[in-house]
Design a binder for this molecule. Structure first.
Ligand code: FDA
Length: 393
């Protein structure tokens, strides 16, 4: 016998749990399904195990989408302050790390526990390890075919995330459901992902693996100022992850290393003071030693300052603040924190997240074409969109 619910939410991640608990609190009979054996696995591993659960400055400008206005409504109706209030109610200690990024003091598991407690209080039924083979719409609602039998629900919320980290159970399920209901999906690609280099450049930069430096990384008109990390596979660190969401195959990015340092003035002054100093010695006061060495070798200025004209020093400074690199690719979904693109926002009502053409079918979280910057924005979108749907189902 099929079991009947008001709402079936598929995906017990950040967005699905938020949606379930909000709907449950409104008195809806909610079933939350997941194929994984544990809920909230991405929350558990996020933020290095401490979950960067929101950002104080989260607003529409921090998100990429074909329609930059789409996220406004949900973000305005469930803000980072609303999520912090929930965290505080549960006595979870947190701190601001940098740039408005809020992390748990102890463990990301505190956030999962909070969501599970809230769901329990709202009588949400959670069923794990359930595979869903079909979502069908018929008279009076939806039928789900699952390994746990047939389930009926008046509304269905798809909260199955994107394609990132398939090892953790990411499936692209949401895009298949969208296709079944003839809803458009925008091009999907890995976001917040390390960038790779062609073999020649990778070999040249190999001695820098592990070096981290403050940098402004630019792609066209977009730039991010955060740490940049050279790795044995290419470029990583927050500044690179951020720009990766904007970067496209074949494009160049520009690195400005230690952007606050006026290298031209610094080198010229050092030359006047003591021309016998090596360029590398001066640079190494502001850059990691291995990076300073690489730069002087690359530009063939591995000499005392007195041997170099001001013009050469200016060219060196220009390189340090305008190092153009053409990445070969990205590490792909294997390591990407998010999936860019997804369910076309033109198909959804921005206030409720319901498909405009399929009454009762909702999409929330990462599967929608709304992708945040690094820094707690993606969870804020998951909470806000899950909340919007939870209020409507
Ligand atoms: P999410 O992926 O969380 O949940 C989807 C759920 O659906 C999963 O439980 C999955 O098992 C289930 N599912 C998938 N397919 C299914 C199917 N076919 N049937 C049934 N269930 C299915 N963001 C941030 O703001 N701060 C941070 O600190 C981090 N850190 C971070 C680290 C790492 C390593 C990654 C990979 C990602 C982050 N993120 C992040 C991004 C963040 O984790 C992500 O944006 C949200 O988890 C998205 O929430 P959703 O609920 O939409 O999907």
């Amino acid at each position: 016998m099929a079991r009947i619910f008001d709402v079936a939410v598929i995906g017990a991640g950040a967005a699905g749990m938020m949606c379930g608990l909000v709907a449950g609190k409104r008195g809806r009979r909610v079933l939350l399904l997941d194929h994984a054996g544990t809920p909230g696995e991405k929350i558990r591993i996020s933020g290095g195990g401490r979950c960067n659960f929101t950002n104080l400055h989260a607003g529409p400008k921090n998100f990429l989408s074909a329609n930059p206005h789409f996220a406004k409504s949900a973000l305005a109706r469930f803000t980072s302050a609303d999520f912090v209030a929930m965290v505080d109610r549960h006595g979870i200690a947190w701190h601001e790390k940098t740039l408005g990024q809020l992390f748990c003091d102890d463990s990301a598991k505190d956030i999962i526990r909070m969501l599970l407690d809230e769901m329990r209080a709202a009588d949400v039924e959670l069923r794990l390890g359930v595979e869903i083979s079909a979502v069908e719409k018929g008279e009076g609602g939806f039928r789900l075919q699952t390994t746990d039998g047939e389930i009926r629900a008046a509304s269905v919320v798809i909260a199955t995330g994107g394609k990132s980290i398939p090892k953790m159970g990411a499936t692209g399920f949401a895009y298949r459901v969208a296709a079944d209901f003839e809803l458009k999906v925008t091009e999907t690609r890995p976001g917040l992902v390390p960038l790779t280099l062609d073999p020649a450049l990778l070999a040249e930069l190999a001695p820098l693996a592990g070096v981290s430096v403050d940098a402004e990384v630019r792609h066209g008109k977009t730039s991010f100022r955060e740490a940049l990390l050279f790795t044995h596979r290419g470029l990583s660190g927050p500044a690179i992850l951020q720009i990766s969401s904007y970067w496209r195959e074949g494009d160049e990015i520009t690195l400005a290393l230690e952007p606050d340092v006026d290298f031209a003035a610094l080198l010229k002054a050092a030359k006047r003071e003591n021309g016998r100093q090596a360029v590398q010695t001066v640079l190494a006061r502001h850059l990691p030693k291995r990076l300073a060495q690489y730069v002087v070798e690359r530009l063939a200025v591995d000499r005392p300052l007195a041997d170099l004209s001001d013009k050469v020093l200016e060219a060196l400074a220009a390189f340090l603040h305008g190092w153009a690199i053409k990445p070969a690719g990205s590490e792909g979904y294997r390591t990407a924190e998010v999936t860019l693109g997804g369910i076309d926002t033109a198909e959804l009502d921005s206030r409720t997240m319901m498909a405009k053409r399929v009454q009762g079918l909702y999409f929330v979280g990462e599967c929608v074409d709304v992708t945040g910057w690094l820094g707690g924005y993606n969870f804020q979108w998951a909470w806000a969109s899950g909340h919007a749907a939870g209020e409507s189902v």
